[in-house]
Write a protein that binds this ligand. Structure first.
Ligand code: GLN
Length: 479
């Protein structure tokens, strides 16, 4: 068996043909992931015991002829901002270096109920704040496709784990692009579902009104299968939606003839030439497939980055207030008074990017500035959502680049936060509007760097998004 190129369908066939058992596959995946980790630093923790126990259960079910679930025996990696009971969950932060959660996130419970095998926890930017994985307290992740370059962020470890072949699929989280941008940089599929589609219970909160859990995988069908497993109402998250979860795979009819696809002019003006060329060739494929591609306008796009960095930091400043040295593991021992303990714990525990955001977020929420910044940003967020709603009156899907440029070099943007923030210029709007969006591979540059194409659809219409992405993937990507 070649773990590095398996898909969910490949795992299913291999198990049924008895080419390998779930335990053998779990062992092989763990072995591969551990051996490869020195190259990428994608994993922070491996969960051998948990993986083997789960794999044994799958083998027993199969031996009894029972249905072992949609993800039976599939090795998966989980971003380290998603809580796993009994398994260290650091959120990429020094503050949670020894934190062992007392419960599993709902998405994790559902993955395991469906027979998925969790092999480990993946590296990420601290509390999911970043676009390159360089904000992790545990060192950066290297892009497996181009080791001198970043894998993107903040779900860089999850994208790298899938791209290098250690995990068949992974869970990531996305607040402003953290699933799609690393997926694009590493050449895998990454999906940010509709806000509320997947329970956030057990996801360490960054900006609650924007946070999503979603899958990264080697192909569209696998991403759709993982989403189907983790999606659906969860009483533990009041923002999770009570919408029926379709069988996405049943909609892969490869027929997208006549589908109306919008290409927003605001998204194509600042691309590097190669990214622009690849997107244009991707669009040419969509036309060949019979899509009715037309130019559209999303006029509020220019305000997206500013709006996001006000709302996300405001919510982050509030969410991160809980790490005060009292309830979670890390506590500074340099202090004489309670307030010194708070200050020192946070001062020593948080990295620079988290501190920057806590300060910015506290500022935009403070009396006298709230109306000028936070309230204004909320109004612009409504305009961005309205742009999409209006566009979806005439088109069924919107296609854009994922990032203005492919994977950049390690260190290239770390000292320039504003340049880093621009990585997400095309992904932030989908989160602000709460609509489903994904990155599907759209070729590579002459240097061999992967580039993704973003597809966005109406709220809860992941089906159209997957159908278009699957047809595009089947057609072989850009023309
Ligand atoms: N890169 C963006 C940020 O730094 C998005 C992060 C995310 O989606 N979690 O906030």
């Amino acid at each position: 068996m070649n773990v590095a190129s398996l898909t969910i369908e490949g795992v299913r066939r291999g198990l049924h043909a008895r080419d390998f058992s779930a335990v053998e596959l779990a062992q092989a995946a763990l072995h591969f992931a551990q051996a490869e980790n020195s190259k990428t630093n994608a994993f922070l923790t491996f969960s051998e015991e948990r993986a083997i126990t789960a794999a044994k259960a799958v083998d027993e079910k199969l031996a009894r002829g029972e249905d072992a679930g949609l993800l039976a025996g599939v090795p998966l990696a989980i971003k380290d901002v998603i809580l796993t009971r009994g398994l260290t969950t650091t959120c990429g932060s020094r503050l949670l270096e020894h934190y062992i959660p007392p419960y599993d996130a709902t998405a994790v419970v559902r993955v395991e109920q469906a027979g998925g095998i969790i092999i480990g926890k993946t590296n990420c930017d601290e509390f999911a704040m970043g676009s390159s994985n360089e904000n992790s307290a545990y060192g950066p992740v290297r892009n497996p496709v181009a080791p001198g370059r970043v894998p993107g962020g903040s779900s860089g470890g999850s994208a790298a784990a899938v791209a290098q072949g250690a995990a068949v699929a992974a869970l990531g989280s996305d607040t402003g692009g953290s699933i799609r941008q690393p997926a694009s940089f590493c050449g895998v599929v990454g999906v940010t579902p509709t806000y509320g589609r997947v329970s956030r219970y057990g996801l360490a909160a960054f900006a609650s009104s924007l946070d999503h859990i979603g899958p990264l995988a080697r192909n569209v069908a696998d991403a759709a299968a993982v989403l189907r497993v983790i999606a659906g109402r969860d009483p533990a998250d009041s923002t999770s939606a009570n919408a029926p979860v379709p069988d996405y795979a049943a909609c892969f009819d490869r027929n997208v003839r006549g589908l109306k696809v919008g290409l927003p002019r605001e998204y194509i003006k600042d691309l590097t030439s190669e990214t622009g060329d690849l997107l244009a060739r991707g669009v040419a494929t969509l036309k060949t497939l019979g899509c009715d591609v037309r130019e559209i306008s999303l006029p509020a796009t220019d305000y997206a980055v500013a709006t996001y960095y006000i709302i996300a930091t405001a919510e982050a400043s509030s969410n991160l207030a809980r790490y005060d040295g009292v309830r979670y593991t890390f506590r500074s021992n340099q202090s004489r008074t309670l307030s010194e303990m708070y200050r020192n714990t946070r001062g020593e525990g948080f990295g620079v990017e988290c501190k920057r955001r806590i300060m910015l977020g506290t500022y935009v929420l403070s009396a006298g500035y709230y109306d000028a910044y936070y309230l204004k940003a909320q109004k612009v967020r409504a305009l961005i959502a309205r742009d999409f709603a209006q566009a979806f009156e005439t088109v069924d899907a919107i296609v854009t680049p994922v990032s203005p440029f492919p994977a950049f070099r390690l260190g290239e943007k770390v000292d320039d936060p504003l340049a880093m923030y621009l990585s997400d210029i095309y992904t932030i709007t989908g989160d602000l509007a709460g609509i489903p969006c994904m990155s599907v591979p759209c070729g590579t540059t002459t240097e061999g760097l992967p580039v993704g194409m973003q597809i966005l659809t109406r709220h809860f219409d992941e089906t159209t998004m997957f159908r278009l992405a699957d047809a595009f993937e089947t057609a072989g990507g850009p023309d």
